[in-house]
Design a protein around this ligand. Structure first.
Ligand SMILES: *Cc1c(COP(=O)(O)O)cnc(C)c1O
Length: 389
């Protein structure tokens, strides 16, 4: 039975999962699905991971919520660990990716306001980007399919082609406050920034005194084989949005920033009732325990190589259906000649869960702690599905 009381914003297939275990989801009827989409890069350690479950249950027995009127120890610890392992000095917690981006967008404007540069309010985003579904985040991404009918004008956002440094240089004016981009574009098509682009953006931002914000909601938290994807370049951003994998399935978002960028976020400038709640931050800490284990990110990079070379083989075997493999780490896209939605549906019929991105990409976001056996199983289902096309 489909629930007609829900708004019609989604159109899920008629499948009901009952439980999950590691890389698998199970229905009531006992059907077993290999989950290579992870709730869109959220269940980064698969389903029902004992360490995450233990953290959540332990906190559930203590207390759930006090609001930010009071200190939250697990939130302070999580913020401290996030800053110790990144460029950042400060963290603001929200409950979702959109909120993490929103905090950063506000910060970019307020930063210049506090310096008396009140003209600098405009923010430059990238074409084909995705930053969430709030009014400001759809305006930042500028995708007409997401903005249509919701507001007039551009709400202070400009857009340039991702990867085109000359276009970005030309777009920066004395009204620009900052730049926001995904180091690996997710929804737009699993597209890593071209080589040298992150460095060039950093240099432009430094030269013009504007802030550089990265949206690592999908590509961060180990997804690309580094804790955050900006580490593949040799620069650091001023602001970073994280969410998705950060909670391993429990809703949490975080906006990380340097002291310089965050200095404007004083008492009264921003807030969230649930943000940094004990349940969410206990689980966030448990996720970090697993992610920061010695050698773990190396394993992600190794599994990425194995998966990608297997996918390259499939491209060679089925050149009439697939053209290439792209992405970084375990954030993988397969460029399709067949309709990606049909491919996804047939894979699901064959018990492999995947996603789509852009117009012609099949998106694979397996759990980060997957094994070679999971990779073999997924490649087998992909090959069978393509053979029987
Ligand atoms: C998912 C995503 C968001 C939005 O996150 P929500 O939790 O849905 O608000 C923002 N940016 C990127 C890159 C994402 O992948």
């Amino acid at each position: 039975m489909t629930n007609t009381a829900l708004m019609a914003t989604y159109s899920p297939p008629d499948i009901l999962f009952e439980r999950g275990e590691g890389a698998y989801l199970f229905t009531q009827e006992g059907d077993k699905y290999l989950d290579f989409i992870s709730g869109i890069a959220v269940t980064a350690f698969g389903h029902n991971h004992p360490h995450l479950v233990a953290a959540l249950k332990d906190q559930a027995d203590k207390y759930w919520h006090s609001s930010n009127m009071f200190r939250v120890e697990s939130g302070e610890i999580l913020a401290e660990r996030l800053t110790r392992n990144t460029f950042a000095d400060r963290v603001f917690f929200g409950n979702s990716g959109g909120e993490a981006v929103e905090a950063g967008l506000k910060m970019m404007r307020r930063y210049h306001f506090d310096r008396g540069d009140t003209k600098r309010t405009r923010i430059i985003g990238m074409e084909k980007s995705f930053h969430g579904r709030t009014i400001a985040t759809v305006a930042a991404a500028g995708n007409p399919a997401h903005t249509k009918g919701f507001f007039e004008g551009d709400l202070g956002f400009d857009h340039v082609a991702f990867g085109d440094i000359d276009a970005l240089r030309a777009a920066i004016t004395d009204e620009t406050a900052g730049v926001i981009l995904e180091p690996v574009q997710g929804e737009g098509g699993i597209l890593p920034a071209p080589k040298g682009y992150m460095n060039a953006v950093r240099k432009l931002c430094d030269e013009t005194g504007i802030l550089f914000m990265v949206d690592e909601i999908q590509c961060g938290m180990g997804r690309t084989g580094k804790l955050f994807a900006y580490e593949w370049s040799d620069i650091t951003p001023d602001i970073l949005a994280s969410a998705k994998g950060l909670g391993g399935g429990f809703p949490i978002g975080a906006c990380l920033a340097t002291e310089k960028a965050a200095a404007c976020m004083v008492v009264g400038t921003h807030g969230s009732t649930f943000g940094g709640n004990p349940l969410a931050t206990r689980v966030g800490n448990a996720v970090l325990d697993l992610l920061l284990e010695d050698g773990f990110l190396g394993q992600v990079r190794q599994h990425s190589e194995t998966l990608k070379s297997g996918l390259e083989d499939l491209v060679s075997l089925h050149p009439d259906k697939l053209t290439s493999v792209q992405g970084l780490g375990l954030m993988v896209g397969m460029k399709c000649l067949i309709p990606n939605v049909d491919f996804l549906t047939k894979l699901r019929d064959n018990k492999l869960l995947s996603g789509r991105a852009g117009t012609d990409i099949l998106r694979l976001l397996p759990p980060l702690n997957l094994t070679d056996a999971h990779i073999d199983e997924a490649l087998g289902i992909l090959n069978k599905t393509l053979k029987n096309w």
